[in-house]
Design a protein around this ligand. Structure first.
Ligand code: FES
Length: 140
């Protein structure tokens, strides 16, 4: 049986989700609440870290074989939208050739997630730029 505190916490989470659904698509909420590929790779073949103008930082870790992204993980200290966008970018990047993966732009992320509020669009840019920087670092 749930305690009063657990019931309160469940209700609070439901209210937060209710509110989030007014502004964000289900894809964004799902990737925010259940981020894919969150965490670091200990010995990545490539890495990038970018701090955006908002002050939040994103890191990408890649393992690459025969020019194909085998594993792609990310970390961020940013907002829920940046977590969602990082997650979406890792899913888009995995299994892609490097030349295809550099095409995962902010526009592609926005299209994939069904759009973001104008104030949040820079979170998609931070995620795509960090992936692209990690690919460039590998090629250097
Ligand atoms: Fe900084 Fe979203 S507000 S990444």
């Amino acid at each position: 049986m749930s305690s009063d505190f657990e019931k309160f916490a469940e209700r609070l989470q439901e209210e937060i989700l209710e509110d989030a659904r007014k502004h964000y698509t289900e894809i964004v909420i799902d990737n925010w609440m259940h981020p894919r590929n969150l965490g670091k790779i200990e010995k990545p073949d490539s890495y990038a870290r970018i701090t955006g103008p908002c002050g939040d930082t994103m890191e990408f870790f890649l393992t690459i074989k025969s020019n194909i992204i085998k594993e792609c993980r990310f970390l961020t200290d940013g907002c829920g939208t940046s977590i969602a966008c990082g997650s979406i970018v890792t899913e888009l990047a995995k299994g892609k050739e490097l030349n295809q993966a550099v095409g995962i732009t902010q526009e592609i992320v926005l299209k994939t997630c069904g759009g973001l509020l104008p104030d949040d669009e820079h979170c998609a840019l931070l995620a795509s730029n960090t992936l692209i920087e990690a690919i460039r670092n590998y090629k250097r």
